[in-house]
Design a protein around this ligand. Structure first.
Ligand SMILES: *Cc1c(COP(=O)(O)O)cnc(C)c1O
Length: 357
């Protein structure tokens, strides 16, 4: 055996795996980071716990109570995870039988459903979105054999739109008792009235993902939540790692979920939504822009006449965007996170300069 060829030891699916390209791994030398849908301004916190010789609680009680209160649910309907990304994996590991069950998702959408399935070694089926990024219900309905989980991102990343509520209800009805519908609400704070939380009491098969990474401005903290009925949460608790959240994480998350900080978060969200509407109006007046897709979230998808030129020119000015060209149906599209008003103005000025060339 060639001792240098460790590659061969890895599982086959890992050898062929194309890893998720995180915004940080893509890098660039920017000063205007608009590629990862982070909140543009941070909220400062101080640690209140100093000693860490003891393991943390698996599900810190006060933090869970506060999230339950925030989400209008009971504590036994909440599970905390190391970001929503860990929750995606956890749900697949808990519910999908290897070599039998598969997951289904609808591109263009968030990339981690596919990467998690591939990492775990579970097959996936894709049913592309139609009609302004809505679900193709007839095709989904015919494609449910062996589907254990459907992932729906709502509002959808990277397109920014909401999925029709009646379509989601229809899916929940036809999948009752057979398939979980996981609604990824990573961005729901930017359009809170559209949360599916109220459907949990009618549908045992609904699971909702949340995170503190976006509206709560805590992407660096790594804290997410699963909202589901108690039976689902109990199963996930059997599979989750023993200590998913470190003491500093739950310490800060608990503070972020205080009444005052939730009010602060909601005010920040209102301001960001206003910046977004201003930004969309300005984008529409730029010559190099072909189409701006409406958004309910903290990013906008934009189709440009020459997107690679826009991407490079802005990159040279330190503005880092997310290229969506390779995502299904998104040729010539870039996704732009909503930054501060000043950052958005800088983008608009740069695009206007570019239009004049
Ligand atoms: C950012 C994002 C996540 C990941 O959230 P973390 O809590 O940071 O892991 C999950 N889903 C979608 C759609 C996202 O955009």
């Amino acid at each position: 055996m060639n001792f240098n060829n460790i590659e061969k030891l890895a599982r086959r699916n890992i050898r062929t795996l194309v890893p998720y390209q995180s915004a940080r791994s893509l890098g660039g030398i920017g000063n205007t980071w608009l590629n990862a849908n982070e909140f543009p301004v941070g909220v400062p916190f101080c640690l209140s716990k100093q000693l860490m010789n003891r393991y943390p609680e698996c599900q810190p009680k006060l933090m869970i109570e506060r999230y339950a209160n925030y989400a209008n649910l009971l504590p036994n309907q909440i599970l905390a995870s190391r970001g929503a990304d860990e929750a995606i994996e956890l749900i697949i590991k808990t519910f999908c039988e290897p070599n039998k069950d598969i997951i289904l998702f609808c591109p263009p959408t968030y990339g981690m459903y596919k990467v998690s399935a591939e990492t775990i070694g579970i097959n996936y089926r894709i049913v592309p979105k139609i009609n302004n990024w809505q679900l193709n219900l007839p095709v989904i309905a015919k494609s449910l054999d062996n589907v254990k989980i459907i992932f729906i991102c709502n509002p959808n990343n990277p397109t920014g739109n909401l999925i029709n509520l009646k379509d989601i209800c229809y899916l929940l009805e036809i999948t009752k008792g057979k398939t979980l519908l996981v609604a990824d609400e990573a961005y729901i704070e930017f359009c809170m009235q559209s949360t599916l939380v109220n459907l949990l009491k009618n549908y045992m098969n609904l699971v909702i993902l949340r995170t503190l990474s976006k509206a709560f401005a805590l992407a660096g903290l790594r804290c997410g939540f699963v909202l589901a009925n108690e039976q689902v949460i109990k199963l996930l608790l059997k599979v989750i790692t023993p200590y998913p959240l470190s003491i500093p994480v739950s310490d800060i998350a608990t503070q972020a979920l205080s009444k005052e900080n939730i009010i602060l978060m909601n005010n920040n969200v209102k301001k960001l939504n206003m910046t977004r509407e201003w930004f969309i109006k300005k984008l529409n007046s730029c010559n190099c822009v072909e189409h701006v897709f409406p958004s309910k979230s903290n990013y906008v998808l934009v189709r440009f006449k020459y997107s690679s030129k826009v991407f490079k020119t802005l990159c040279n000015k330190g503005i880092i965007l997310r290229d969506q060209n390779k995502n299904l149906g998104l040729s010539k599209c870039l996704r732009i996170s909503i930054g501060t008003k000043k950052e958005c103005e800088y983008v608009i000025n740069s695009l206007q300069d570019l239009s004049m060339e």
